[in-house]
Design a binder for this molecule. Structure first.
Ligand SMILES: NC(=O)c1ccc[n+]([C@@H]2O[C@H](COP(=O)([O-])OP(=O)(O)OC[C@H]3O[C@@H](n4cnc5c(N)ncnc54)[C@H](OP(=O)(O)O)[C@@H]3O)[C@@H](O)[C@H]2O)c1
Length: 302
């Protein structure tokens, strides 16, 4: 048999190679749908968390970078709590890093590790973002509460003068309490499973905003214009509702801060009762322009 014939026969017998798993998945860093390819000029942003899989920041920021033609990408970094100091030192060393969003469980710990802390983060005692300055110093700030209030405004629920019940006294609720007071709600009642935490938070917010009526109270949602779930209840299927909906006034707004699922059992039940439901995603969506301005990541109006 001639050599060429032998080769053709051998090739015919070789089954086609199966694609490696990495070839089967779409590679998010080189997604063909991206109009702007990742190159040596691309500016980097990140989000740190532990666990990391539930973060939404990449889905929120990257399409906006694309839409605005900004050559930047935001990627998830899984950082265990014990590694936070080393991770921050690494971020200081990365000259093409613009900044990093910070989420659970790093929001408080990060304050002691950055070089500068903004006014809101200082007041709240936690940060949800830091920016890398050109000399490598890190400046932290917190936009959770401001984003929540901006979300209310964007959906026609301006909080000025309103009676608000905030259920929860954890990290997110703290930020919301300070922001509602800054927005001059008519009255703010803070209620929490661990009542002592609600009392301590009410005292701190009152000290910062003595002109606003702020108290700690029971989880009793009647008589309010705005009732907010600021707890983590609703994250897991089968979670109890954070407050009894039957007691909420007709015409009141029921707000949730849970983003996954987007339509929590609380919001579904509120809508079924004809109440106005305000979704958790608005809090992050409305933080984007605030964070973008802080990071100097892309042009924002105003
Ligand atoms: N939409 C957004 O942009 C945004 C931003 C930040 C956070 N979040 C979400 O907000 C949620 C809370 O985050 P966080 O940082 O505030 O958490 P956190 O600091 O751990 O606080 C959790 C809060 O939920 C309460 N809680 C937990 N389990 C409860 C239960 N079984 N019954 C009654 N109350 C319960 C806690 O009450 P105790 O004090 O009694 O333990 C506390 O008030 C998270 O799910 C997060 O995804 C959303």
């Amino acid at each position: 048999m001639a050599p060429m014939q032998r080769l053709a026969l051998r090739q015919a017998r070789v089954p086609p190679r199966k694609a490696f798993p990495s070839e089967q998945r779409s590679d998010p860093m080189n997604d063909p749908a991206r109009r702007i390819p990742i190159t040596g000029r691309t500016r980097l942003y990140g989000v740190i968390a532990d666990p990391i899989a539930q973060v939404r920041a990449c889905e929120v920021f990257n399409p906006r970078f694309e839409a605005l033609g900004v050559d930047a990408v935001l990627v998830p970094f899984h950082v265990h709590p014990g590694e936070l100091p080393r991770a921050l030192d690494g971020f200081r060393a990365l000259a093409n890093l613009g900044g990093v969003l910070v989420t659970i469980p790093h929001k408080e710990a990060v304050l002691d590790l950055v070089d500068e802390v903004g006014a809101h983060a200082q007041l709240i005692g936690a940060a949800n973002i830091f920016r890398r300055e050109s000399d490598g110093r890190l400046t932290a700030e917190n936009f959770d509460g401001l984003g929540f209030v901006a979300g209310l405004r964007a959906h026609g629920h301006a909080p000025e003068g309103k009676r608000a019940l905030l259920v929860g006294a954890g990290g997110a609720a703290k930020a919301i309490a300070f922001a509602l007071a800054e927005a001059r709600v008519g009255e703010l009642v803070i209620a929490n499973r661990t009542a002592a935490k609600a009392a301590a938070l009410a005292e701190r917010v009152r000290a910062a905003y003595p002109q606003v009526r702020i108290t700690a109270g029971p989880i009793a949602p009647s008589g309010f214009h705005l009732v907010i779930n600021g707890t983590s209840l609703g994250l897991q299927a089968g979670d109890a509702l954070p407050f009894p909906l039957e007691a909420v006034d007709p015409g009141a707004v029921v707000a949730d801060i849970i983003m996954k699922p987007a339509r929590t059992a609380l919001l579904a039940a509120a809508e079924a009762r004809g109440l106005s439901a305000h979704y958790g995603r608005h809090m992050l969506d409305e933080q984007v322009p605030l964070m973008a301005r802080f990071l100097r990541a892309f042009p924002v109006e105003g």
